[in-house]
Design a protein around this ligand. Structure first.
Ligand code: 26V
Length: 824
């Protein structure tokens, strides 16, 4: 480094230290050494915000000046996790800040640990949105994330007596140092009432909404810092407030009730994230949340455009809305409403603009998750939007009839409003100019099965965008040891262009590199073992195989298959204590939706099996089972880094993509999985010999589902290992105090009387194949050279799964954005 650069470094870090100590004084009336850990976090976080503010302003000044096209990524969920550590590694002055923190006598890890996760999402869909924002900023694309500022994020999970207990997650209790409230962008959102028609002086008729309830939407902006490029984008999340703090008008009229109602609506609307994932429940409040953030976001985007442009008909040249699943589909109706009722466009003009501005991503084929709203509820809450959707539907049905004359079935299957329900996916497809799936297999299933009719009618709309993850968070931040090792071998270009990681391939056979790699893995396993000791009080051996399944708990993801196999292994060890067995630690982490009974019972089963196995001294620690409480983004970072085996065992055809699979791969875990979602592409990249693939194919699953022919009882009767494990569910082996406890799980697998289909997710059908695949895992692990080679090859072939690649594809095929450079 030159003297000049050294001086700048010195100056920046001196300034930073000064800022932190000023914050300590101003916010807490203390000196730095008097602060507790949480206060230290806040003092540092405010100082970091101060550092990024100039770049944040500069970025938006450039966007403004260049008059760039912008993508609005509309999502009910952004599962951001912690911000501070990630912002620091992305900043160009990261070294200066780290130096300053050290010189202040602070421990950066302790400070990072004080930040609550921003858990404004359930799982895959919300975390994908967060990765996309990171990539958009790093690649220098103009983008806003638009969402909801839930007061309570995804619940905190406590395990009591083996059962999940949900505890509210009060993430804003101490405020959020990184957010900026933007009162000047507040806007009004209207609910209820009725539509009124009036005729203007030119004899044209118009619609307005009357007798409605109003809410004030207040935006809070969070900075999204690009990697070393001075770009700071914005995640804008909306909070609700009553329009006037107490509606005096109504109060004066003596309508106390209406005034209170308005106040209550504002309080409840952004109160809490719905903790359901893959299950639609049709709750009125959920629809209110959707319209609330969509109306505010679309109004703001249109206003921003009109501030600079005259012709609303060219909106699509500067604005594109990406709808993250069907949750934001009201965008279609709201944009039509604004164009017609505010900007006075004719229907055809408004439709042309709207259909050039909106695009839709599908994230699931699980029919339970498809959003349908009863028309009574919809039209009562959103009368004008409903009216618009009725007209869209009328015209869409006519176009179906024109294309397929006489085919009533088509109209019945494809209509937007049918059977008393508004089908949001149909609306999104009819209006969107792009419809994409999230992995190749998923998109093919959409085209050939679930959305076949739509694909036949409008094939040009359909495209695939295989998901990705950000290597900045999931390698650089989560696994500093491995990140440093990779950089030492191939340089640091992988941080912004993950395809470079392929250059690691030449080290896969190198014995010295293999040893270095395994040593790093060992250290990360020790870090996780310490976390487990601290949080669960369980001792696990970092030399054992760490076999990990972390994801939402859902039947289709088949945590049950995993734990049944653990029960099988335990039986084997007990029956054949003399047999050689490589020690294994099975790690689970999963939250169940609060009302999902069988999912919650599965958590209890995992914990019950863990209790028995972990306390059986006779098996000499060959097996350990750990359920990690409160799985979330921050502890996920520790878990991925420590995994040897990545469990991706969903029933083929059910997991749209998966993204955890990619995080494990990038950290050098080997996939044990079915040919489902993005697993297919992972295996394609890394080679089948470096993964463990088993089970039914998606075609086989779909075939059984459509034509029958699968009988789990037959397997139960013929396979004595399966039988023994299943009997242990109902003979009190894992529930001596209540032998009936796991009856419902047993029934879900075998009993056609208690469920409509026995073993809907083909657990018993795949059980043998899974046992065999697990044996292959053990054999492979015993051969350290072979394992290390495979693990390195997994890292080296993870390049495709960067969300940077995914975003470039969205930009090229759908959004058509231009890259921007920001100098400061
Ligand atoms: C659906 C619903 C249905 C209504 C109630 C609330 C609610 C909340 C979230 C969802 C989203 C379910 C879809 C989802 O999360 N899909 C996941 O998306 C990931 C990113 O594309 C993908 O990797 C996972 O395979 C897919 O399950």
């Amino acid at each position: 480094r030159t003297g000049l650069i050294n001086d700048v470094v010195e100056l920046t870090s001196e300034q930073f230290k000064f800022k932190v100590s000023e914050n300590a004084k101003n916010i807490f009336r203390k000196t730095i050494d008097e602060l507790d850990d949480r206060q230290k976090f806040q003092a540092v976080a405010y100082a970091v915000k101060d550092v990024i503010i100039d770049e944040w302003i500069a970025t938006h000044r450039v966007y403004d000046k260049k008059d760039v096209k912008t993508v609005y990524y509309l999502s009910m969920e952004f599962l951001m996790g912690r911000a501070l550590g990630n912002i620091i590694i992305n900043l160009s002055c990261r070294d200066e800040i780290k130096k300053a923190i050290k010189e202040l006598g602070l421990d950066i890890n302790v400070i990072e640990d004080q930040e609550p996760d921003a858990a404004l999402g359930n799982g895959g869909l919300g975390r994908l949105a967060a990765c996309f924002l990171d990539s958009l900023a790093t690649l220098g694309y103009p983008a806003y994330g638009c969402g909801i500022r839930y007061k309570y994020g995804f619940f905190q999970q406590k395990i009591e007596d083996g059962y999940q207990k949900e505890v509210p997650e009060d993430w804003l209790r101490y405020g959020n140092p990184l957010e900026v409230r933007r009162d000047e962008y507040a806007c009004e959102v209207k609910f209820g009432g009725y539509t009124r028609t009036f005729t203007d002086e030119n004899g044209r008729s118009h619609f307005t909404q009357d007798g409605y309830q109003s809410i004030r939407a207040i935006p809070y902006d969070l900075p999204i810092v690009g990697y070393s490029n001075n770009v700071v984008n914005t995640l804008r999340i909306w909070d609700a407030e009553p329009l006037v703090s107490f509606n005096l008008d109504e109060f004066d009229k003596g309508d106390y009730h209406a005034a209170v109602e308005q106040e209550n609506l504002a309080k409840t609307i952004t109160e809490v994230l719905y903790p359901n994932d893959n299950h639609m429940s049709g709750k009125e409040l959920r629809l209110k949340q959707q319209y609330f953030f969509i109306s505010a976001s679309v109004q703001t985007a249109v206003k921003k455009y009109m501030d600079k442009h005259k012709d609303i008909k060219k909106l699509h040249e500067k604005v594109v809305f990406q709808m993250n699943d069907t949750h934001p589909t009201l965008t279609v109706a709201e944009l039509m409403r604004i164009l017609m009722d505010v900007y006075m466009l004719e229907w055809d003009e408004a439709w042309e603009v709207t259909t050039k501005c909106v695009a839709y991503t599908n994230h699931t084929i699980m029919s339970e998750a498809l959003e349908k709203w009863p028309i009574e509820l919809f039209s009562r809450l959103l009368p004008r939007c409903y009216q618009i959707i009725e007209e869209i539907n009328r015209r869409f049905c006519i176009s179906i009839e024109e294309k397929y004359p006489g085919d009533r079935g088509k109209v019945e299957r494809m209509a937007i409003i049918y059977d008393g329900q508004v089908k949001m996916a149909h609306l999104a497809i009819a209006a969107g100019f792009s419809v994409n799936g999230v992995a190749r297999l998923h998109t093919e299933i959409l085209k050939n099965q679930e959305l076949k009719d739509f694909y036949e009618m409008m094939p040009e709309k359909f495209n695939n965008k295989t998901n990705g993850i950000t290597q900045r968070r999931f390698l650089l931040h989560a696994n500093p040891l491995l990140a440093e090792w990779v950089t030492g071998k191939i340089g640091d270009e992988w941080i912004t262009n993950l395809s470079h990681i392929k250059e690691l391939e030449v080290y896969a056979d190198d014995r010295k590199c293999q040893k270095e790699f395994m040593n790093i893995k060992y250290k990360n396993k020790k870090r996780l073992a310490e976390y487990i000791k601290k949080h669960n009080g369980i001792d696990v051996d970092p030399r054992s195989i760490f076999d990990v399944q972390v994801k939402r708990l859902h039947e289709y993801k088949r945590q049950l298959l995993n734990i049944l196999h653990v029960m099988y292994l335990y039986n084997e060890i007990k029956e054949h204590p003399e047999k050689e067995f490589y020690p294994r630690t099975f790690v689970f982490g999963a939250k169940a939706a609060a009302g999902y009974k069988i999912a919650k019972l599965t958590i209890k089963l995992i914990n019950s099996v863990a209790d028995v196995i972990n306390n059986d001294a006779s098996i000499e620690g060959k097996l350990k089972v750990v359920f990690i409480e409160d799985y979330k983004v921050s502890n996920a970072e520790i878990i991925f880094a420590a995994a040897d085996v990545s469990e991706q065992i969903s029933t083929a055809s059910k997991e749209a993509s998966g993204t955890g699979n990619m995080k494990f791969m990038l950290n050098g875990a080997l996939t044990l999985g079915t040919m489902d979602g993005a697993n297919v592409e992972i295996v394609e990249e890394v080679g089948e010999e470096n993964a463990f693939i088993f089970g039914l194919s998606s075609d086989e699953v779909i075939n059984y589902e459509q034509n029958g022919g699968y009988d789990p009882m037959k397997i139960f009767n013929e396979d004595m290992d399966v039988r023994k494990v299943l009997m242990q569910l109902i003979n009190g082996f894992y529930a001596p105090d209540d032998p009936e406890r796991f009856r419902d799980i047993y029934n879900s697998l075998l009993n056609t009387k208690s469920t409509d289909v026995a073993d809907r997710y083909f657990i018993l059908k795949d059980f043998r194949a899974y046992i065999e695949a697990q044996k292959a895992v053990e054999e492979a692990y015993k051969d350290e050279k072979r394992w290390a080679k495979s693990a390195i090859l997994n890292v080296a072939n993870a390049g495709k799964f960067s969300s940077d690649r995914t975003i470039e594809e969205y930009v090229k095929d759908i959004w058509k954005l231009k890259k921007v450079k920001v100098e400061v």
